[in-house]
Every structure is written in C-alpha cells, then in structure tokens.
Write a protein that binds this ligand. Sequence first.
Ligand code: NDP
Length: 450
Amino acid sequence: MTDQTLIILGASGDLTGRLLLPGLGALLTAGHVPGLTLIGAAVDDWDDARWRERVHESFGDGPVAGEVADRARYLRTDVTHADDLRRLLGEARGSVVIFFALPPAVTARACRAMLDVDLPEGTRLVLEKPFGTGSAAAAELNALLTRLVPEERVHRVDHFLGKSTVLNILGLRFANRIFEPLLSNAHVASVEIVFDEDLALENRAGYYDHAGALADMIQSHLLQILGLLTMEPPFTLGAAEFRDRKADVLRATRPWSDDPAECSLRARYTAGELGGRKLPSYADEPGVDPDRGTETLAELIVAVDTWRWAGVPFRLRSGKAIGNRRREAVITFRKPPRVPDGLLGCDQPDRLRIGFGPDRLAVDFNINGPGDPFELDPVTLAAEFGEGDLPPYGEVLRGVFEDDPTLSVRADTAEQCWRIVEPVTGAWRAGKVPLREYPAGGSGPTLPLP
Ligand code: NDP
C-alpha cells in the first residue's frame, strides 16, 4: 500500500476539531490508511506540540491512531499564498489528500493560489459544503477545481451521505421487494424529509448567520436524502452509475409552485425555553446581525418531475430551537381505493418512516384490532438500527483514501442543488415571502401540503 499524507487546511477550526479528527481517528483505529502522515495548517501561531495535543484528544487512546498523532506536523500557513502551499506540500510523503476545512471564501482563494503550485500526481481535493454560494459561484469554483485535478479526484463532502441510516435507504429500497413497488405516485400521497433540531445557535453565529436553514440543511443534506429516496435503481453502486442516477432525479426537481410564497416558508426563533434553559431571540444572539433576516427554520415543497414521482409533493424542512427533535423521512401512502362497508374506525394513512437519529424504520398501518373484530386500530411495526462501524466523517474519508468518489457530490449535482433553491432565495431576498417568528422550544410554523 502506498504512503498517504492528509493535509488539513484550517487545522485550528471548529470542523477539524469536532468532526474531522474524530472521524479520522475512528478510521485509523479500524485499520484503514496505515502509516498515514498527518499535517495540519492554519494561520494560527501553533506548533507541532499544540497540534498533536489536539489530535490526541480527538483520536482517543488507540495505539494506531496514537502513532499517527505522535508524528503529526503543524505548519503555520497562509493558504492563499502559493509559496506557503509549496512549502506545505514539500512535507508530504506518497499520495496527497488536501482537505479544505476553511471558510468558503478562503477555499476559493486557496484554489486560485494552487494554480501556481505543481500538485503531486494523484492529489485528491476534499471540499466542505457550501460548494459556492449559488449555481453560478458553484460553476465557477468547479471550473477552477478541474484546472487543478480531474473531477474524480474532487470529493465534495456531504457527511449525511456517510450516515449509515441514510445509506440504509439503498438497502431498504433496492435489496427487498416489499417497499420498492409501492414507491411511486400510484401509491404515495406525499413525502416529508424533516430535520428539526432541539439545538439553537451553539456559538456558530459567524457561519450560520450568513447561511441560514435553507442553505445549511435543505440545499445540501436534505436534497441528497431526496436523491436517495427518489433515484431509479442503479445497476451497480459504482461511483459513476450511482451518481448518475442521483443526478437524474435532482435535475428533475423544482419548487412545487412558480410562486415561492406558496411553496416555501422562512421563520426565525424568538426568546423561549429549550430543554429547561432560557434562550434569547435569535436576533439577540451574540454575532447575529438581525437586519440580515437569517431564517432559523425553512420549509420548501418540491416536485420531482419524473414518470414515477410526478404529482407527489416533497416537503423539505429544517428548524433550530424546536421543542421536539425530529429527524426523519416520512412516506405517506394514498388511502386504499375502497374500504369495505362494515370495516369501521381508523382514518390514519399508512406511512413508512425512516428515522435518522434515533436510527429506526417504522411502518404505520391499520388492522382489525382487539375487541370489535370489524373496528380498525392503528399499529406500528418498528425496528431500531445500531450505528455504522464508522462515524459519518470516517465513512466519507474512507472513500477519499480509497479513491472512491461514490459518496461525494459531483460538480453538476452541486450546481443543480443550488438551481433548485435559487427561485426561493431570490424571492426571499426581494421580501416576497415574509420572515415569520416562532418561540424557541415551540414546534414552529409549517406549510399546508398541496
Ligand atoms: P472555522 O472558522 O472554525 O475554521 C476555519 C479555519 O480556517 C481556521 O483554522 C482558520 O484559522 C483557518 N483559516 C482561515 N483563513 C486562513 C488562511 N488564509 N490560511 C490558513 N488558514 C486559514 O470554520 P469551520 O471549521 O466551522 O468550517 C470550515 C468549513 O467547514 C466551512 O466551509 C464550513 O461551511 C464547513 N462546515 C463546518 C461545519 C461545522 O460544524 N463547523 C459543518 C459542516 C461544514 P484561524 O482560526 O487562525 O483564522
């Protein structure tokens, strides 16, 4: 196996400490990427000792990961300067992976600086969302990236695609006969993909106040889940086929109505109580510019214009500071064409619910219950799943080190995801959809389904 070097640009940042290093530690502990060289780079005046301390803390006690941490190097670097980048690459051994854990604007400048640097053959570039700020900016960034390395070596990370339950959608749909034949407009009335968080801003105003719920969750993660739920069965799970099928449905996806006020909702939380703690209004949180009008809850109803899904509304929703955490995809089926006269009682629609934390699968339906044999009762069949062997960032990094871009977002798909939300963001900016309010700890407003 060839030596590999991972260079993390933005080594002192939040993503590196909270998600990336723990994912890498789990991957190393599971025996992947033996002999990895790890180099951290940022503008902070750190040294090797300070960086190693951070790496050890994230990796835990395992001997394999510990060895990598002991040898880790830190180089003070301005990633927007070609000379600094050359010096950094001079420390690398074997094939190189460069992870951009940088603010998006700095990532674009670092890529431009890299045009003047000879990247070693086989270098892979790993980018974090957001991929650009809109479809035009994403296309510009993509064009820049392909001047650096071929598209197959660009890994755009959407860590939701590394979550085991999200990937379980593939097994649920394509490895058994029970559900897949029902997943079409002939049987499905509507679909919801919901990520309501019982967390508020968590000191991330600097990032979040510029992003908001639509860009932070819907444009990225929830559209990827929609892709997995609606794609046609791929012939193989090879990167090209899998990403083609996902791209097909995302190209066919659009806001449900030409009028964004009918198919989108934006709101932000006001003061309230969440999990027993008092929360100030979003607008009063430190670091927030209230005039920016950033939403902490967004809903978007989209249509997927394929033969299979035409006419089915998909509600994508994510909110912060919501009293009841809810992370699931819910497929609601049409009513049976006719219930025989004499079967009485329950009007609850049949539903398939895929939970993304807790990870579970549940089917709600009606049967003849106990007591009166002709009276219907709702029942739920449910199964809980354990977590995957690797955390999402570990899974995603495995794909990067194994040169397998299956779980990464392809350039055209990144642009499509912006194209889907742009009519809505445009209308929001123009003030055509009012910014509503909801108390922290409440359930937040919602749109009626068409
Ligand atoms: P932070 O602001 O916490 O960290 C940014 C890092 O980049 C810091 O180490 C910073 O160093 C470094 N940096 C900035 N400018 C330069 C420069 N010119 N040269 C070298 N280093 C530089 O951001 P996050 O870690 O939160 O986010 C990083 C990326 O990950 C963003 O694209 C974000 O959208 C994405 N992301 C973040 C998530 C998270 O939970 N944090 C989740 C999903 C995606 P210094 O501190 O010295 O300025």
